[in-house]
Design a protein around this ligand. Structure first.
Ligand code: CU
Length: 364
């Protein structure tokens, strides 16, 4: 018995040494990688990318780790303006996006070194056009590595329009927005998983004529984040191994966990609110649901060439896809909107629609 115990102790010690060594090598990698642009470089083959990331197991989660003064930070945070921007007149809409590396906050006190559009953080600016308008897209690469832009709303040869743009260079292409819906745009440079996970995405709304009029229109871009550290002492970068394993630390609407819980979207009793939803992923779908309400009109997959479904409880918005949902609420109250895959609520993909001025919900 004693012999077995001794052998067990040796084995346990050996395992501890192994784990410590693995952790140390992971730390060494991440310290080394941090000063570079996100620790993942473009233009690599899959095999080369594998060598350059954390492959230590088990993967470490930083889910739910926020700064000590999280509540004050959440209140001080300026929420991403979810209001759908207005349409522009004329046949031609010019959009100029600049790519930049930018440190943003994705949860209270949690910083992340993004690659992002327009120095804006993630998601990038929302583009809103009328069906049939011509979009002239100019992309300027203000980053440090090649990037590109892939507009899901465009029928266009990707090798031409979505090609890599070198740092310091610009590129312009045009397409006609003939297909209505809520579309994702994103950087399509390899490895795409890394470029999207680092924040290179946004949405373009192509609005068809003749939609039912509504009182409020909000844009929600859902996404998830895979962190190399908790982001509190120093900004986190991408942990590509966690992105491959689909082990997010945070899931968000418009790039910041729970921001519309602290700063609710608003409507009045009896009004209809239209949610334009795009799931940027990079990998997770969003199961859109409004607690205490129905999706009165639901254009699933953002197919706006067909009539909407009616009175839907929950609608899947696939990664890389969209959905458009009209919600009419009669009674004053606080109505959470969520991804009803509840792990995602836990990780931050939840907000509130504040209808009227319900008791006890005044912010001050
Ligand atoms: Cu990119």
């Amino acid at each position: 018995m004693r012999g077995i115990g001794f052998a067990g102790a040796i084995l346990a010690t050996a395992m501890l040494v192994f784990v410590a060594a693995a952790v140390a090598s992971e730390r060494a990698f991440s310290d080394e990688a941090t000063p570079a642009a996100g620790g993942v470089h473009t233009g690599m083959t899959g095999a080369a990318a594998t060598e350059d990331v954390n492959v230590a197991l088990p993967l470490e989660s930083f889910a739910g780790e926020v700064a000590e003064n999280a509540e004050a930070l959440a209140k001080a945070h300026t929420p991403y303006d979810a209001t759908l921007p207005p349409l522009q007149p004329g046949n031609l809409v010019k959009v100029h996006l600049t790519l930049k590396n930018m440190t943003v906050e994705i949860a209270p006190g949690v910083k992340y070194d993004t690659w992002s559009f327009d120095g804006h953080g993630a998601p990038g600016p929302i583009v809103h056009v009328r069906q049939g308008q011509i979009v002239e897209m100019t992309l300027t690469n203000g980053g440090t590595i090649p990037h590109s832009i892939d507009f899901h709303a465009a029928r266009i040869a990707p090798n031409v329009a979505f090609r890599d743009v070198l740092p310091g260079k610009s590129f312009t292409f045009r397409f006609t927005a003939n297909d209505p819906g809520a579309f994702m745009y994103h950087c399509g440079t390899k490895p795409v998983l890394a470029h999207i996970a680092n924040g290179m995405y946004g949405a373009i709304i192509v609005e068809p004529a003749g939609l039912p009029k509504v009182d409020r229109e909000y844009m929600l871009v859902a996404s998830e984040w895979y962190l190399s550290g908790n982001g509190i002492d120093k900004p986190a970068t991408l942990d590509l191994a966690k992105a491959r394993a689909v082990m997010p630390d945070w899931t968000t609407f418009n790039g910041y966990a729970n921001q519309y819980v602290t700063h609710p979207l608003t409507a009045k009793p009896g009004e209809t609110t239209r949610f334009w939803v795009v799931a940027a992923g990079p990998t997770l779908d969003t199961n859109f649901h409004v607690v205490g309400a129905m999706l009165d009109r639901a254009w699933l997959n953002a197919d706006m060439s067909s009539p909407p479904q009616i009175n839907v409880q929950t609608a899947i918005v696939p990664a890389g896809g969209g959905g458009v949902f009209d919600v009419k609420i009669e009674d004053e109250g606080l109505y959470p909107f969520v991804s009803h895959a509840f792990a995602h609520v836990d990780l931050g993909q939840v907000g509130l629609l504040k209808v009227g001025n319900p008791k006890g919900s005044m912010s001050h």
